[in-house]
Design a protein around this ligand. Structure first.
Ligand code: GCB
Length: 575
């Protein structure tokens, strides 16, 4: 799915701004910004924790000269189930809160006039949506009749709303629907293979390096060669401009995008980018910020990339869902590698007596949705050089037999959709317990020694971590990334000797973890949990959210940030 872009044949109207908004139980509309989560914008606790349907509304104008165009409405992401109405007509329904969807609306708009756009969202989580959850009515004598809670088994707040831009855009009648790019490097040539989806037949494809044409081709599918290519790689991004022109008798379309030439591959113990062994330094992140929640915010996004550069990171994981396309465009430009994760988190009840992969919970309906999500995700992001690996899930109950069958299918499908990128699943179970890691290319493990177990005992880390990571390698013989480790830290809390929740403790813990990683040659990366403090649901273990950030929610460094900055600036991106 191509990101809407303007060109001489296409126009885009970004409908970001202040919309009208109401919940199902309110009659009156209030004002609500888009994109943003609605939760933290008002002073109303009932709206903050609201579960159910909400209605967004605004008008837009369609010029008369768009009559001979295709017109689309595209929603970047909205949580979690959506219905979109144009002038009262339902034009698209969508399930899932973290990927875009669109509809052609040429037949439903009033040309040269105003039109009404309504988006109805439902933020309820069920077992057949990713991430899953369940609405429970509590029936005991301590709660009033009909008392409901939304249970979900992942650790971030269920922010809700229209989180990414809504756009109306036009294309010519016959147009470029999609483009896929695969790059290879052979001897001293960059090979750019492209494939165009369109009803048109005559194409001219031009690749430019800073305005200079370096390769050209004609045809729907083709291969272009670039002599002595400047490669895209983490820490040293280089992007070429691709222009695709569709030329039919009286129809013309043009779409431009930036591409990077690079390869990725797993070989033995190594993760190779451009055939060189790469070491992942960085974080698990979140789309999360004060007041706007999960709403796209260019200020926060650019700040985050500047902080990644400042601290010497070269990568992050989009824990625990696909981030906005706007973030991936930045990753391409800043030269930051991305492990892109499906919104499959919380496929776990954290209780081994209860099966998760079973009828009525994670079952064939969830699987069908998961496969759809993988397809939509790959079709959205396959052309980003920054995306170097797919993660199919985080911390699922992979010890269950049902998980094996389930993920075998998800992984097979992911490989079919994109044979060019390695695949991982992020594990929290023991190496012998998982039934899934044998199907992936890179082992990703989250570990919290001295935090959730042996609380406060930093001396235990070396013994436990080294022993366990070696076991992972002995069993699977695959490269390993420690994809999460960290400690909740209240900025400004100090103690020596280090005690839990202080900045000293976070720093000592992370130091002890990386000392082990430095000894193990199959470890190809360290992602600290988390880049910044973030909001979660309220709980006795969460002090206004999860405080494991290396930066505060306001993006100010805690003590450990300086330690990591010194460390990471010394470790090269490639060995
Ligand atoms: C994890 C999860 C992450 C949590 C983190 C924590 O293993 O993957 O979503 O936020 O632990 O802080 O407990």
């Amino acid at each position: 799915m191509l990101y809407p872009k303007e060109s001489e044949t296409r126009e885009v109207k970004d409908l970001s701004g202040v919309w009208e908004f109401r919940t199902e139980i309110d009659k009156d509309y209030i004002l609500m910004p888009v994109p943003a989560s609605f939760n933290d914008v008002t002073q109303d606790i009932n709206l903050r924790d609201y579960i159910g349907k909400v209605f967004y509304k605004r008008s837009f104008f369609v010029p008369s000269y768009w009559r001979d165009k295709n017109i689309f409405v595209r929603i970047g992401a909205a949580t979690h189930s959506s219905e979109v109405y144009v002038n009262g007509v339902l034009v698209v329904k969508h399930k899932g809160g973290f990927l875009p969807f669109e509809a052609e609306i040429s037949d439903y708009v009033n040309y040269g006039k105003e039109n009404i756009l309504e988006i109805v969202l439902d933020n309820t989580l069920t077992w057949d949506i990713l991430p899953p959850g369940e609405l429970k009515t509590i029936e005991d004598n301590m709660h009033p009749k009909g008392y409901r809670i939304l249970n979900y088994y992942f650790d971030f707040y269920n922010y809700s709303g229209i989180h990414r831009p809504v756009m109306i855009y036009s294309t010519p009648k016959v147009y470029i629907k999609d483009i896929s790019i695969i790059t290879e490097i052979v001897n001293n040539f960059g090979i750019v293979k492209y494939s165009i989806e369109s009803e048109g037949k005559n194409f001219h494809v031009i690749l430019r390096d800073k305005g200079e044409i370096v390769a050209e081709s004609r045809g729907k599918d083709g291969v272009m060669e670039v002599r002595s290519p400047k490669l895209w790689e983490p820490g040293n991004s280089y992007l070429y401009n691709l222009e695709v022109r569709l030329l039919e008798k009286d129809n013309f379309d043009v779409y431009r995008m930036e591409i990077g030439i690079r390869t990725v591959k797993v070989e033995g113990k190594q993760f190779l980018i451009n055939e060189k062994p790469f070491y992942f330094k960085g974080f698990g992140k979140h789309e999360d910020a004060d007041i706007r929640g999960k709403g796209l915010d260019h200020v926060i996004n650019v700040k985050d990339f500047n902080l990644l550069k400042w601290i010497g990171a070269n990568s992050f994981r989009t824990s625990h869902y696909p981030y906005s396309e706007e973030i991936l465009f930045l990753a391409d430009k800043y030269g930051i590698a991305v492990i892109e994760e499906a919104p499959a988190v919380g496929l776990n009840l954290w209780n081994r007596d209860e099966k998760v992969f079973t009828k009525g919970r994670v079952d064939e309906k969830t699987l069908e949705h998961h496969l759809e999500v993988m397809r939509d995700l790959i079709y959205r992001d396959r052309n980003h050089p920054s995306v170097v690996m797919w993660s199919v899930a985080n911390e699922a109950a992979t010890y269950e037999d049902g998980a094996e069958e389930y993920f075998k299918k998800v992984i097979e499908e992911t490989r079919k959709l994109d044979p060019t990128r390695p695949i991982t699943i992020v594990e929290n179970v023991a190496p012998k317990e998982t039934k899934v890691s044998k199907y992936v290319d890179v082992i990703c493990v989250n570990r919290y020694y001295s935090w959730y177990t042996d609380c406060g005992d930093l001396s235990i880390i070396e013994y436990q971590l080294e022993k366990e990571l070696k076991e992972w390698f002995e069993i699977y013989k695959k490269p390993l990334i420690l994809s999460e480790f960290g400690a909740d830290t209240i900025s400004g809390f100090h103690s020596d000797p280090p005690l839990m929740f202080t900045e000293e403790y976070q720093q000592e813990m992370i130091k002890k973890f990386v000392e082990v990683l430095d000894k193990l040659d199959f470890v190809v990366g360290e992602h600290v949990w988390n880049f910044a403090d973030f909001m979660t649901k309220q709980h006795i273990t969460r002090v206004v959210g999860n405080r494991k950030g290396v930066f505060t929610r306001n993006r100010q460094p805690k003590m450990v940030a300086h330690f990591l900055r010194e460390r990471w600036n010394k470790i090269p991106n490639f060995w």
